[in-house]
Design a protein around this ligand. Structure first.
Ligand code: FMN
Length: 220
């Protein structure tokens, strides 16, 4: 499956089947995590047993308590960490989608119960629930291209395609509080308009924009 198709098919899934992820897929996920950790200087971890990570009332009400496994998004704590987590974490989310798995970025979870390795100098930013969904999730409301982008140069087709896929990026509480600017010198600027986990959102948006536009983006 192409990553563009994975983007179009992905929706947040909060209700999971009881079945565990197969061993061969876990190995593939771990290999991808190793690759992304090396590239992004991160410490993403696959935690096979989500245990009581999602036992908060809000999680149980949404169904997330049924997630069998979880990705702990950990990394060296510096100013770029949240964006790096968003950018590389979303690459992992899309890879999982190509394996037929479902996911949900989850900022509200029980940190104490997530069995992650967080050494001195590192920080656990967020979690990603992962497993086989009861369904594939559903589409949701999105802003328009005009609401999230500004073209300060002659419009370019690659920019338009990048924005189109950026609108399909998951953001915390579907806030989509970002602005993507095409500057007169044809460079692209991502503006963080605030909100919870907004820097993680920007990293995710950069990942989608890169896939849509075909132009490499750098988190941080
Ligand atoms: C940084 C971040 C944090 C999120 N936190 C939660 C959460 O705590 N609980 C939850 O149910 N969904 C959470 N989500 C999922 C968003 O609600 C979801 O991505 C958004 O509504 C858009 O829907 P979609 O992912 O299906 O496109 C989070 C998403 C992101 C990107």
């Amino acid at each position: 499956m192409e990553l563009i198709d994975a983007i179009r098919q992905r929706h947040s899934v909060r209700q999971y089947d009881a079945r565990d992820i197969e061993e061969d897929k876990i190995l593939l996920l771990k290999a991808k995590i190793d690759e992304l950790n090396a590239e992004g200087d991160l410490h993403l971890q696959f935690v096979e047993d989500a245990a009581k990570t999602y036992n908060r009332l809000f999680n149980r009400m949404s169904g997330l308590g049924s997630a069998p496994s979880v990705i702990a998004c950990v990394g060296r704590d510096d100013a770029s960490l949240d964006q790096r987590v968003g950018y590389y974490g979303e690459k992992l989310v899309l890879y999982a989608q190509t394996l037929g798995l479902n996911t949900c970025w989850t900022g509200t979870f029980n940190r104490k119960n997530l069995n992650a390795d967080v050494p001195e100098g590192e920080r656990l930013v967020i979690s990603i629930a992962i497993g086989y969904g009861k369904d594939q999730g559903r589409g949701r409301k999105a802003k328009t291209k005009e609401q999230v982008s500004k073209v300060l140069s002659t419009g370019a087709e690659w920019f338009d395609k990048g924005v189109e896929l950026a609108l399909l990026a998951p953001t915390a509480i579907n806030q989509q509080k970002f602005l993507i600017k095409l500057l007169p010198d044809e460079t692209v600027e991502f503006v963080d308009k605030g909100g919870v986990y907004s820097q993680v959102d920007i990293g995710i948006v950069k990942c989608h924009f890169e896939i849509g536009s075909g132009r490499k983006q750098t988190p941080g």
